[in-house]
Design a protein around this ligand. Structure first.
Ligand code: BES
Ligand code: ZN
Ligand code: ZN
Length: 504
């Protein structure tokens, strides 16, 4: 897709489709006043007849009948001016792009929400032009398609060019900068979405490792991939235990990006990489089991976030760690009641082989601790229970550090990848103590709080380091919204990038 920039008055700009963001009001706001005059009051008529009032995600497509240079004008609402947020801008841009696509436009021009001079967004410290950044991010994110397995080329139904318009030459530079950043972040999110959308016969642990290696080589990240032998040497009996039921060799993928001042004590990101979760011997029921190809969405977010961080050249120390394996009921698979010895030395009684994410994370977290990290953030599609608790629009966080949670919350609000803290009560830490081993991998009947006990199981493996566990089982996959497609959302990439850019 081509991206171009022009500093030109939108009323004299030649384009098949001019997209104009409008704040909510009772008559055409500043953004569309001049346009309305030229269009002989077509916009004010729409306001009067309440066909369009600038409400969030409302749209109005008008043919200009040659009255302006743009053939068509697509107005998109961003809601009340005083209530405009980054998320509203992302959604408006995404909604408009989808409408343009449905109407077969191959080329669209976007009037920047700041360039229009009508929207005053109180920006974050990180972006010179936050309005344009959020708006462009929404536009790019909504252009995602997963068509790797379609025989027919769908290229001709896609938008091939986006032109960003600046009202003044002076604004062109900041417009380009904001757009470039949004594009790189969207690309990293697309990588994560692709990895989760690929079926498990493509996206194997080896495929994840190869993808991480390729991405790392391009961007100056040091990538190491540990195989079975090395994991055995490290005593990763918990990760290897899960891998035993599968013919696919497991991998531990490590991506080191040390571009900060310290070159040590990195932020560690750890992502669950179960490339298919059958449940193992505790086999899952067949309905919707196909969705378990996305059980590596924590891994996808980790690899995607590393790409975003490195491509935007953040001066930070970060290590991304991905334990990758299938969870299969093979002849050598672990069985309920088996006891595994983890890298930490702690023994684990496996009472349900479907609670495998925590088993592979245990060893990956022990590996992360070797870096003496500033903080550990793990992302995992860990429990179905989180969908009951929070649904598909917000991830759960369980943590031993309130400051880290508050930073994550801020980033969640800024990126639209919202999080909600669940309490890590001592009672639940006790509930995963085993009678015959140090820990058991499920709490057992009557305890409930499945998402919390999942987090409680991980805690013994992180020592005293600041740590946050994100359960993304509800948010990684869904029906989609304005700029998020059906299927994989790529959740976590933008959240982690924002958190690390702002600094922990
Ligand atoms: N991968 C699943 C969790 C999951 C469920 C992810 C739905 C995405 C959508 C996980 O490994 C799992 O099976 N968890 C069990 C835990 C239980 C056995 C304690 C669950 O949630 O049922
Ligand atoms: Zn499972
Ligand atoms: Zn799983």
């Amino acid at each position: 897709m081509k991206i171009n920039f022009k500093s030109e008055n939108s009323n004299s700009h030649i384009t098949p489709c001019l997209i104009v963001p409008c704040a909510e009001s009772t008559k055409p706001a500043n953004c569309a006043k001049e346009l309305d005059d030229k269009l002989k009051g077509a916009i004010s008529a729409a306001y009067k007849e309440k066909r369009f009032e600038g409400k969030a995600n409302q749209t109005l497509l008008l043919n200009s009948l040659g009255l302006v240079k743009a053939q068509n004008v697509l107005l998109v609402g961003v809601g009340k001016e005083a209530e405009i947020t980054g998320e509203k801008l992302r959604q408006a841009a995404g909604t408009a792009i989808k409408i343009a696509e449905k109407n077969n436009f191959k080329k669209v021009s976007l009037v920047s929400p700041n360039g229009a001079g009508s929207l005053d967004l109180k920006g974050s410290s990180n972006n010179q032009d936050p309005g344009t950044f959020y708006y462009a991010e929404g536009a790019f994110l909504s252009l995602y398609r997963f068509d790797s397995y379609k025989s027919e080329n769908s290229e001709d139904t896609k938008i091939g060019e986006i032109i960003f318009l600046a009202d003044k030459k002076d604004n062109l530079q900041s417009l380009k900068k904001a757009t470039d950043k949004a594009r790189k972040i969207a690309d990293a999110t697309f990588l994560a979405r692709d990895l989760s959308n690929h079926p498990s016969n493509t996206a194997t642990p080896t495929y994840l490792a190869d993808t991480a290696r390729k991405m790392s080589r391009k961007l100056g990240i040091v990538c190491k991939v540990l195989g079975e032998k090395e994991m055995k040497k490290l005593g990763m009996g918990s990760l290897l235990g899960v891998a035993k039921g599968s013919d696919e060799p497991p991998k531990l993928i490590v991506m080191e990006y040390f571009k900060g001042r310290n070159k040590r004590n990195p932020i560690a990101i750890v992502g669950k990489g179960v490339t298919f979760d059958t449940g193992g011997i505790s086999l899952k029921p067949p309905a919707n089991m196909d969705e378990m190809k996305m059980d590596m969405s924590g891994a996808a977010a980790t690899i995607g976030a590393m790409q975003a961080i490195a491509s935007l050249k953040l001066k930070v120390d970060v290590v991304g760690i991905v334990p990758a394996t299938e969870n299969m009921p093979g002849g050598s698979a672990i069985k309920p009641g088996d006891v595994l010895k983890s890298m930490s030395g702690k023994t684990i009684e496996v009472l349900n082989t479907d609670a495998e994410g925590r088993l592979i994370l245990a060893d990956a977290l022990s590996y992360a601790v070797r870096y003496k990290p500033k903080a550990i953030i793990d992302l995992a599609t860990l429990t179905g229970a989180v969908i009951h608790a929070l649904g598909h629009h917000i991830s759960a966080v369980i943590s031993n550090n309130d400051e880290l949670v508050s930073q994550l919350k801020q980033s969640g609000d800024a990126t639209g990848e919202k999080i909600w803290q669940l309490p890590l009560l001592e009672e639940y830490e006790k509930a995963i103590k085993s009678g015959i081993a140090d820990l058991k991998n499920i709490a057992g009947p009557g305890v409930g709080a499945g998402t919390i006990t999942g987090g409680a199981f991980l805690k013994p493996f992180i020592g005293d380091y600041p740590w946050a566990h994100l359960d993304i089982a509800g948010t990684a996959w869904g029906e989609g919204k304005a700029y998020i497609p059906k299927g994989a959302s790529g959740v976590g990439v933008r959240l982690l990038f924002d958190l690390i850019e702002k600094g922990i």
